[in-house]
Design a protein around this ligand. Structure first.
Ligand code: AMP
Length: 201
């Protein structure tokens, strides 16, 4: 919604990494090993990815999603922003309890053609297994299993949670109740950013 209705460029490190895996490159094979175990991809890969994006982008509003994942990555972000002479304006913390995360992950499917995301319980496709938009087959991410989820959550608690204090101390952190519907969550975020949806201004 932030991308389509408010013109944000969506830079999602997970999607960029999965595209590299899908390309079949040697780098992609190594990245896939980390993703499938629920571990963070090493810093040099993420650093290169972000700095390349910053060198090439012309976007005015950028939404970083799934990044930074730890304090080292936050330092890379600060470095990249300093080069651009730009600032981070908001950090949005979507709060969802453990069981809610697991339910979403186990029920998540995405279109193998356009990437549209579904949830079998809350946002199911009209026809089971088929994308509403382009008829592509719906598939499950390899790391969306209970076993990998446990590892991903451990990594999150250990490495990502310290970012909350880091950004709170800089006055940038805003918590949003992520258990509500996608529309309500988007609305809450837009309220924080002070941004209108296109056509509603
Ligand atoms: P996500 O798509 O954000 O759920 O991320 C899926 C997986 O991609 C993670 O479990 C990591 O293996 C990898 N990944 C995504 N973003 C990052 C990042 N910023 N740093 C390191 N690994 C990442």
């Amino acid at each position: 919604m932030l991308k389509d209705e408010c013109g944000f460029y969506h830079f999602d490190t997970g999607s960029v990494l999965r595209a590299e895996v899908a390309s079949g490159s040697d780098l992609g094979t190594r990245i896939g090993g980390y993703i499938n175990q629920g571990l963070l991809v090493p810093l040099p890969v993420i650093r290169e990815l972000l700095l390349k994006f910053f060198r090439e982008t012309t976007a005015e509003r950028i939404m970083l999603d799934g990044f930074p994942r730890n304090l080292e990555q936050a330092a890379v972000l600060d470095e990249g922003l300093a080069e651009l002479d730009d600032d981070l304006d908001y950090v949005i913390y979507l709060e969802v309890a453990r069981q809610g995360l697991l339910d979403r992950i186990l029920n998540r499917r995405f279109c193998s053609v356009c990437g549209e995301i579904y949830n079998l319980l809350t946002e199911p496709p009209r026809t089971p297994g088929v994308c509403d938009k382009d008829g592509g087959a719906l598939v499950q991410r390899k790391d969306d299993t209970e076993e990998v989820f446990r590892e991903r959550l451990d990594v999150y608690l250990e490495q990502t949670v310290p970012l909350l204090d880091y950004y709170a101390s800089r006055g940038l952190l805003h918590a949003v109740d992520g258990t509500r519907s996608p529309g309500e969550v988007a609305q809450a975020i837009l309220g924080i950013l002070g941004v209108e949806r296109r056509g509603t201004a």
